[in-house]
Design a protein around this ligand. Sequence first.
Ligand code: UDX
Ligand code: UDX
Length: 421
Amino acid sequence: MLKISVIGTGYVGLITGVGFALKGHEVVCIDNNKEKVEMINNKQPPIFEEGLQEAMNKVVLSKLSASSDLRKAVLDSDVSFICVGTPCSEEGKCDLTAVESVSKEIAFALKEKKAFHVVVVKSTVVPSTTEKVVLPLLEGNSGKKLGEFGLCMNPETLREGFALQDFLNPDRVILGLKHDETKKVMEKVYENFSSPKFFCGFSEAEMIKYASNSLLATKISFINEVGNICKKLGIDTYTVSKGVGLDKRISPFFLNAGLGFGGSCFPKDVSALISKGKELGVKTLLLDSVMEVNELQPKVFLDLIKSKTELKGKKVGVLGLAFKGGTDDIRESRSIPVIKMLLDEQAVILAHDPKAEENMKKEFPEISYADSAQQTIDSSEIILILTDWNEFSSLDFKDKLVFDARNILKNKPVNYEGLSW
Ligand code: UDX
Ligand code: UDX
């Protein structure tokens, strides 16, 4: 059992903290947002995630506490995980402001500390950040050299909606590090995880994260482009992706055609890799296209709808606002460009989502929201399915005109059109 401090309690930080506490470590979660700290200490999850409430009931106060006192947390723990946000700037560059300020604060505490301490970067940072940005800040502000403290790059691979499950049972644990002493500590951190540990250098670990997310995003844009061709030929893309996915070299995963990818990771990570490539003078032809196909997909959907019906003044029911089922997160959700285009077409929108309505009301206060999916259907002439929520899969659409962008319906209603199936 180790004492672990986790800095930043967003999706990644909170799940990491609760996950390590469930695995038996003693955890302190640090955030400069005092409201979040109070919520955590009151066993109230600041985000919606399956199983998180039950897990927090188990570990908060016994194994896990939250505070804003970063210095004390570093002094009282063996390992500190940096999990603060790395949002994208306009040009797609990875914004390291929070990572830099937290690295400095950790270094000031390291200066006072005698015992060996390991700093772990878990936030998604572009390759060379750990070596060229974090390490100099730690050495420069602690007066210590690497080796007197440890440094590791340990990217997260959790999916929203399955975050706790993915954290506790990852396909692999990527550990970019330099020294044996650091390796020993990280093996102890993950001793209760049965997943394979993959050791490499700092930059390899950073690139593994970007390359993984970018390839998954590429698979999605690929099947969407093939899907658009299939649609013109009257072929069902899902039958095609099933056949393609039986090839072990391809695998059936992430070949679900639809409205495209959203969320806090894929769009941001592909953009950051493109901007890093450009900075290095590398042409990113493929990655540029992955983003372009993804940007175009909502328009492809609207064109399909407009080829079948008028939209001006029509009551359009929108089912699904979150970027995917199982989360309240609307970051880069594909529903956003669809709603924007519907408003341009002067449609009358009634929207519903099991979890994400409060978040979408901040984005579109001007549209109406329904309490249930059935109420949305009953009050609308045209229904759009934009997010893969299971609870939408067996609704009664009566004789309404239904346009489906996620192919989740068990039974296709009479007036039905699939985006590319
Ligand atoms: C973040 C990154 O955005 C993502 O790239 C990376 O893969 C994982 O971590 P997420 O957990 O979703 O993703 O971040 P976010 O929801 O922005 O939470 C970051 C938390 O850090 C916030 O609670 C914020 O209050 C906190 N924070 C930020 C600090 O405690 N100190 C700081 O200096 C900055
Ligand atoms: C992703 C990665 O899966 C995870 O490993 C990483 O740590 C963070 O980024 P997440 O953003 O939570 O996780 O969502 P994911 O389940 O990967 O879906 C991403 C987007 O792709 C969603 O908008 C989803 O609807 C879309 N998608 C996914 C498809 O359109 N088709 C698919 O076949 C799979």
